[in-house]
Each structure stands twice: as structure tokens, then as C-alpha cells.
Design a protein around this ligand. Structure first.
Ligand SMILES: Cc1cc2nc3c(=O)[nH]c(=O)nc-3n(C[C@H](O)[C@H](O)[C@H](O)COP(=O)(O)O)c2cc1C
Length: 301
């Protein structure tokens, strides 16, 4: 096993980080990933503070291992975001990952509270800002990533630039990481660890609708689209990557989203569903621990 600064910092066995995914990464998935030696992140976006607190406690009922909460200020507005941060601090969650915002004022507060702060970035300039403001870990997100995308740069260009610019900050690779081969490629480009979303949707524990999971399995390597139109709850024009909805002509096919187990089946059939460009190499639904093991194999020497 290679040395990983991020794994050592977080107290985990292998530097496999499951991306926080709004409403789709709940307590079962997070606990399963952390139990398997990686680090799960609750998808806190879309969760009212009281439900977020409940989810954190549910993770703790399932595992004693470290885990994280993921938050995005862009969705609920500053008051909801601040209330969510309060919950994370009060509940003493070990790791907080952040995306889509300016966190220069928040990061010193996170550090002072003893929480490990991670920021997902889409450009070299944003990576430098996050590290200077006190992020313990930076996640370099390539344009291959599923869901919302911060920049326009492919991972193979962004990751080596960020790793070289921040020699003292562990950098995780995000975007199209689905197997040991993609982990090895990311390591060659300077990754200290990996951050994967789509792969963890195709698990028994994720809260994705069954139809969503089946669409992930059917998708090939050419089936994702980079879009800048509508996506649920986000500012119009925020870039995102989806599997286009093709259930005949329906307005929902123009909307990016992530159908949850509790949503109506027609949502999963019609919506354009978030997925990363590695989706063509995901062939089955597995327990999350198998996903952690598959990615961890890429860190064996
Ligand atoms: C369904 C879905 C939902 C996502 N939701 C979030 C989110 O709430 N917060 C966040 O920081 N990133 C979110 N992302 C982006 C991930 O953090 C990460 O960049 C992405 O999953 C990496 O690419 P991959 O899907 O190819 O592994 C989401 C991604 C997906 C696929």
C-alpha cells in the first residue's frame, strides 16, 4: 500500500473517498464505505439541518470509523448553509468537504474547531486559494466528473498542475475514477487519493432510484453529456454532466437531476441523470465495500 497523507490525516486505511452526493449518499452508504476502510461523506446538500443531524447520528449507530459531511452553499442560501455548518461542528463530525463557493472565511473556523476541511476545486487558481485559506485537502475535479462541475479542465491537465503547485497539501483526484486502472493513472499524475461519486451510486446502499441505477449499468463510454442548462435547485447555467433523459419527448429530459429511491419512477425515467464519464466501465450493482476494495487495489504497489 502506498503512503497517503490524506489517509493518515483522516485516520483511514486506504485513500478512497466517496463523494458527498446530494440526497443520494445517506447513512447506509457512508457507514459501509467507512467500515470498509475508506471515508464516506453524507450528501448534506438538500438536507434540512435537523435531518442532517439525524443522518450524522445514524452513521454513528452504524460505525465507529471516521466519516465526513459534504456541503454546498449554492443550493439553500447562506442561512441554511450556516445552520448546516453549526450541526457539523456541534456533532463533531471529523471531516467536512465543501464545493462551489468561496470558503476563505470559513476554513480557518473549521480548522480551529478541529475538523478536517476539504475543498473540491476546478482550477489551479481555486486550488491555490483553498490551500492558502487553510484547506487540509484539495480535491481536483476534472471535467469528466458526474454531477456539477466547477471548471472545464480535464483531470489529466488539472491534477498534475495542482499537485505540483501544492507540494504540502494532499490532492485527491475526482472525475471518472471507477476502477484500479483509473486510480493508478491518477497516482501517476500526482494524486494522493481518489474521490469517486458515480461508482458509489451503483451500490446496494446508495439512495439512487432503482431505475437510475439500471441506467448507469446500461450506459456506455460515449453516453454522458456536459451541459450548462437547467439542473434542480442550481443557478441556471451551472455546468453538469448527465446521462440524457431519452424517454420520448418530455420537458424533464432537459433538466439535470439525481432521482432518489423515494422519488416517483417517472422522474428517474425522464430526467437527465447525473453521471461521470467513467460510467461505461460500471457493470453491476455491488455492496459499497466491494467498490472500496476495487479502488484500494489501485494503491497496492
Ligand atoms: C449524482 C451525483 C451527485 C453529486 N452531488 C454532489 C454534491 O452534493 N456535492 C459535491 O461536492 N459534489 C457532488 N457531486 C460531484 C462529486 O463530488 C464528484 O466531483 C464526482 O462524482 C466525481 O466524478 P465521478 O462521478 O465520475 O466519480 C455529485 C456527483 C454525482 C454523480
Amino acid at each position: 500500500m502506498t503512503e497517503s497523507k490524506a489517509a493518515a490525516l483522516c485516520g483511514i486505511d486506504t485513500p478512497v473517498f466517496q463523494a458527498g452526493m446530494a440526497g443520494l449518499a445517506g447513512p447506509d452508504l457512508v457507514a459501509a464505505v467507512s467500515e470498509a476502510g475508506g471515508l464516506g461523506h453524507l450528501g448534506g446538500l438538500r438536507q434540512p439541518p435537523s435531518l442532517l443531524r439525524q443522518w450524522i447520528r445514524m452513521v454513528r449507530e452504524r460505525t465507529n470509523r471516521p466519516f465526513g459531511v459534504n456541503l454546498v452553499p449554492a443550493y439553500g442560501g447562506p442561512e441554511v448553509f450556516e445552520a448546516q455548518i453549526q450541526v457539523v461542528l456541534e456533532e463533531k463530525v471529523p471531516v467536512l468537504s465543501l464545493f462551489y463557493g468561496d470558503f476563505t472565511a470559513l476554513l480557518p473556523r473549521i480548522r480551529a474547531a478541529g475538523v478536517i476541511g476539504m475543498v473540491q476545486v476546478g482550477s489551479l487558481a481555486e486550488a491555490r486559494r483553498a490551500a492558502a485559506a487553510g484547506a487540509h485537502v484539495v480535491i481536483a475535479q476534472g471535467v469528466e466528473a458526474g454531477g456539477h462541475i466547477r471548471g472545464r479542465t480535464p483531470l489529466c491537465a488539472l491534477l498534475p498542475a495542482v499537485s505540483a503547485a501544492l507540494p504540502d497539501t494532499p490532492v485527491l483526484a475526482a472525475g471518472g475514477i471507477v476502477d484500479a486502472g483509473s486510480v493508478r493513472a491518477a497516482r501517476c499524475l500526482g494524486a494522493d487519493g481518489v474521490w469517486a461519486g458515480t461508482l458509489f451510486l451503483a451500490t446496494e446502499e446508495s439512495l439512487a432510484h432503482e431505475i437510475y441505477k439500471q441506467r448507469l449499468l446500461r450506459a456506455g463510454p460515449d453516453d454522458t453529456e456536459f451541459r450548462t442548462g437547467y439542473s434542480f435547485g442550481w443557478k441556471y447555467g451551472t455546468p453538469h454532466r448527465v446521462l440524457p433523459g431519452r424517454a420520448g419527448f418530455n420537458p424533464l429530459r432537459l433538466v439535470g437531476g439525481g432521482a432518489r429511491r423515494q422519488d416517483d419512477a417517472s422522474m428517474a425515467e425522464k430526467l437527465s441523470l447525473y453521471a461521470g464519464s467513467g460510467v461505461g466501465r460500471i457493470g453491476d450493482i455491488r455492496p459499497a465495500r466491494d467498490r472500496v476494495a476495487a479502488l484500494a487495489a489501485g494503491f497496492e504497489n
